[in-house]
Design a binder for this molecule. Structure first.
Ligand SMILES: Cc1ncc(COP(=O)(O)O)c(C=O)c1O
Length: 375
C-alpha cells in the first residue's frame, strides 16, 4: 500500500464526508461546511500537501453559494452559463465576447494549442526547460518535434533562442514559469511577440498571473489585438481556488479561437464550475486576500529557509523553488514518509525543490520535517 493510494482513498473519504454534510445537514452554513473540509484536509488525514500549486484557502464563499444555488440546474446543458462567464471575462480583459474560449481547466486550452498548431506537418513545439510539461507531451503525441530551450541564468525564458528554434508550430511561454516561479521580463516578451513571424503561434500561459507583482512583469493580453498568432491562457485553479472544479480560458483573436474550438469537445466546462467561476469574479476580496495570504506564507518560508542557508529563486507565484544543495529526490521521499508532499523532480534542476505555499501552519510543518531530513 503506497502513500499515494492512501492519499487518494482519504480524498475519496473526504469527498464522501463533504457530500454527507451537504445532504444530511442542509442548514449548516457554507463557512462551517468548508471549514470542516479544510480541517479534515489539513489535519484529519495528517498529510501536508504542498505539491500541486493549489490554493489552500479554496473558492470564494460566493462561488460556493453559486454552486449550491445551481444544484437544480445540473440537468441542463450549460449554454447560458457559458455566455455569462464569457461576458464577464471579456469585460474584465477588455476584449470582445468572441475573443474568449473557455476550457476544462487551462489544461484543455494547452492541449488544444498543441493539437491545433503542432504535429509532423504543422510544426514544432518550442518550450523552456524546465517548464510546465503537459503541452510538450501533447505535441509529442501529435508527432511534433519538441525543442527544449534552457532557461537563462536568471531563470527567464531565452526568447531569442526559442524563436531561432521555431519551425512554424507553437512556442510555449509560461510566465510566471512553473516550476521555477520566475518571470520573463515584460520588455523582452513584448519584443519577442513583435518579432515572431505570423505563421508561428505563441501561447503565453498566465496561470500564475495574479501572484506576480514585480514591476518587470506584465500580462500580454493587451497585445492580442495586434497579433493574430498570440494566445494567452488563464485559469480559475490558482488564486480563485477552484483546481478541482476545472475551469480555465484563453484570450486570442476570433479566427485563432475558431481553429482551437474546432478541436474541442462540446460544452467541456460543467455548469457548477461555470457558476462558481462567474461568482468568483464578483467577489472583490478573493484575489487580494489570496495575494496577501500567499505573500505572507512566502515571506515567512523564504526567510526561514534563508536562515538555514538555502537560497530561493526570485519568486512571483504561489510556490517557490529553492536550492537544496544536494539531490532533491531522496529529500522528496524522506518528506513524503513524514506526510509532507512537495513537488517532484525537475531533471534540469536536480538539486532544487518546488514547494507550494500552503497555510502558515502547513509551512511550519514543512520546515520541521525539512530540518529533520536535512540533519
Ligand atoms: C503553468 C500552468 N499552466 C496550466 C496549469 C493547468 O491548470 P488548470 O488545468 O488547472 O487550469 C498549471 C497547473 O498547475 C500550471 O502550473
Amino acid at each position: 500500500m503506497n502513500t499515494m493510494s492512501i492519499s487518494r482513498r482519504k480524498f475519496a473519504q473526504l469527498l464522501g464526508a463533504g457530500a454527507a454534510v451537504a445532504v444530511v445537514r442542509p442548514s449548516l452554513s457554507f463557512a462551517k461546511r468548508t471549514q470542516s473540509i479544510a480541517t479534515f484536509l489539513q489535519s484529519g488525514n495528517g498529510i501536508v500537501r504542498l505539491s500541486a500549486n493549489e490554493n489552500p484557502y479554496g473558492p470564494s464563499p460566493m462561488a460556493l453559494k453559486a454552486m449550491t444555488d445551481s444544484f437544480s440546474l445540473a440537468c441542463r446543458y450549460p449554454d447560458e452559463h457559458n455566455n455569462v462567464l464569457i461576458d464577464k471575462l471579456a469585460k474584465l480583459n477588455n476584449v470582445g465576447h468572441d475573443q474568449i474560449l473557455l476550457g476544462d481547466g487551462s489544461s484543455e486550452i494547452l492541449k488544444l494549442g498543441a493539437e491545433t498548431f503542432t504535429g509532423k506537418t504543422r510544426g514544432t513545439l518550442v518550450a523552456a526547460d524546465p517548464t510546465f510539461e503537459p503541452i510538450s507531451q501533447q505535441a509529442a503525441i501529435n508527432g511534433a518535434e519538441v525543442v527544449k530551450v534552457p532557461l537563462t541564468a536568471s531563470f527567464a525564458h531565452d526568447l531569442p533562442k526559442m524563436l531561432a528554434s521555431a519551425k512554424r508550430g507553437l512556442i510555449y511561454v509560461c510566465n510566471p514559469n512553473n516550476p521555477t516561479a520566475s518571470i520573463t521580463p515584460k520588455n523582452e516578451l513584448s519584443e519577442f511577440i513583435g518579432k515572431t513571424p505570423g505563421e508561428t503561434m505563441i501561447l503565453v500561459d498566465e496561470a500564475y498571473f495574479h501572484y506576480a507583482d514585480s514591476p518587470d512583469y506584465e500580462s500580454v493580453i493587451s497585445l492580442v489585438r495586434d497579433h493574430p498568432n498570440l494566445i494567452v491562457s488563464r485559469t480559475f485553479s490558482k488564486v480563485y481556488g477552484m483546481a478541482g472544479l476545472r475551469c480555465g480560458y484563453c484570450v486570442a483573436q476570433k479566427e485563432t479561437l475558431d481553429q482551437l474550438h474546432a478541436h474541442q469537445m462540446w460544452d467541456s466546462v460543467n455548469i457548477m464550475a461555470l457558476a462558481a467561476a462567474s461568482a468568483s469574479l464578483d467577489d472583490p476580496d478573493q484575489v487580494p486576500n489570496g495575494q496577501r495570504l500567499n505573500n505572507e506564507a512566502k515571506t515567512f518560508t523564504i526567510g526561514e529557509l534563508a536562515k538555514l542557508g538555502y537560497k530561493t529563486i526570485p519568486c512571483q507565484a504561489n510556490f517557490i523553488m529553492f536550492d537544496c544543495k544536494r539531490p532533491v529526490v531522496p529529500l522528496i521521499q524522506a518528506l513524503k514518509q513524514r506526510n509532507v508532499q512537495v513537488g517532484r523532480l525537475f531533471p534540469a534542476l536536480p538539486n532544487y525543490m518546488r514547494l507550494t505555499m500552503g497555510k502558515k501552519s502547513e509551512m511550519e510543518s514543512f520546515l520541521g520535517a525539512f530540518k529533520e531530513v536535512m540533519a
